[in-house]
Design a protein around this ligand. Structure first.
Ligand SMILES: CC/C=C\C/C=C\CCC/C=C/CC(=O)SCCNC(=O)CCNC(=O)[C@H](O)C(C)(C)COP(=O)(O)OP(=O)(O)OC[C@H]1O[C@@H](n2cnc3c(N)ncnc32)[C@H](O)[C@@H]1OP(=O)(O)O
Length: 264
């Protein structure tokens, strides 16, 4: 039986119609594996074609974690072919979210490192739980890997040039308060209010006529999207070449061990 990795449905509570809530539920930490990425893309594609849907809130059903980012097990000890397929799915998720016609809001109810942060940054607005135990950021360099140009572009478009230099080179993970300060997230609220606040924020975004908002969003994001679109195959090749290196595989292995030991 296929595992339902997320739930998407149109809500009509409190007068808020045409808004889907997507809840990632891939235990234990919503790491983005091929299955979850594919499910997310299919669900978003369906919503995008549904004329009654205008907005999407993405959140997590897992306690304490929004998403642990890309599933390292999809990149560790796998064949070049598998790594290539996986990377295409990561690209697809980014392209669909960053270019979405819907109003997209990330209700970040837990930690969101690396690919989890990327996913949140593709949204139009980010609300995070104000819990100092949670962290968010692009920490790739800490794993000995390099975030590709479109991760970097998404961060730069969100927090600016200088902050991106510091954040990306040092692989910084920020507390919610720090993330708010640099503009990585837009609002902090108590944990139990993340979803209701996302719904309230959605009302404000939906008050803008769709066509005007969509054209404006596209005008701002299209150059960044086009850059990946015209380099997709090379980007896959670069990823496969990079991730297959013995030194990179070793770094990933060490990092996975560290994650397990930290737990013990
Ligand atoms: C020139 C360059 C050219 C090309 C380069 C191209 C590309 C390279 C770049 C690729 C980009 C990668 C981006 C990524 O997203 S990499 C993933 C980074 N993610 C992390 O660093 C997060 C790691 N996880 C955590 O910090 C914590 O798990 C978290 C804070 C999310 C939750 O903590 P909690 O205490 O609640 O859970 P844990 O006990 O730590 O974890 C539970 C089990 O889950 C496993 N786990 C956690 N994260 C991952 C993951 N991302 N992938 C796979 N597995 C993960 C963890 O090991 C535990 O497993 P078990 O011990 O239970 O077996």
């Amino acid at each position: 039986a296929t595992k339902m990795a997320l739930r998407a449905g149109l809500r009509s509570k409190r007068g808020l119609t045409g808004v889907a809530v997507m809840r990632m539920q891939s235990p234990p930490v919503n790491s983005l594996n091929l299955e979850l990425l594919t499910d997310i893309c299919i669900a978003l594609e369906k919503l995008e074609m549904d004329k009654s849907c205008r907005g999407l809130i993405i959140t997590s059903n897992q306690p304490k974690v929004f998403s642990a980012g890309l599933d390292i097990l999809e990149m560790y000890g796998k064949s070049p072919e598998h790594c290539g397929e996986f990377w295409k799915a990561v690209q697809e998720m980014w392209l669909k979210f960053y270019g979405s016609n819907l109003v997209t809001i990330a209700a970040i109810n837990g930690s969101s490192p690396a690919g989890g942060c990327l996913m949140a940054m593709t949204c139009d607005y980010r609300i995070m739980a104000d819990n100092p135990r949670y962290s968010i950021g692009l920490n790739e360099t800490q794993l000995g890997i390099v975030a590709p140009f479109w991760f970097k572009d998404t961060l730069m478009n969100t927090v600016g040039h200088r902050t991106t230099e510091m954040a990306l080179e040092l692989g910084l993970l920020y507390s919610p308060a720090e993330a708010l300060k640099i503009g990585m997230v837009d609002q902090l609220v108590p944990e139990d209010q993340v979803l209701t606040t996302a719904t309230e924020a959605m009302t404000k975004w939906l008050a803008i006529p769709d066509h005007a908002r969509q054209i404006t969003k596209s005008m701002i994001r299209k150059p960044t999207i086009d850059k990946l679109m015209s380099n997709r195959e090379d980007d896959v090749k670069n990823f496969v070449k990079f991730i297959s290196k013995d030194s990179i595989q070793k770094s990933l292995g060490v990092y996975l061990e560290m994650l397990k030991k930290r737990k013990a």
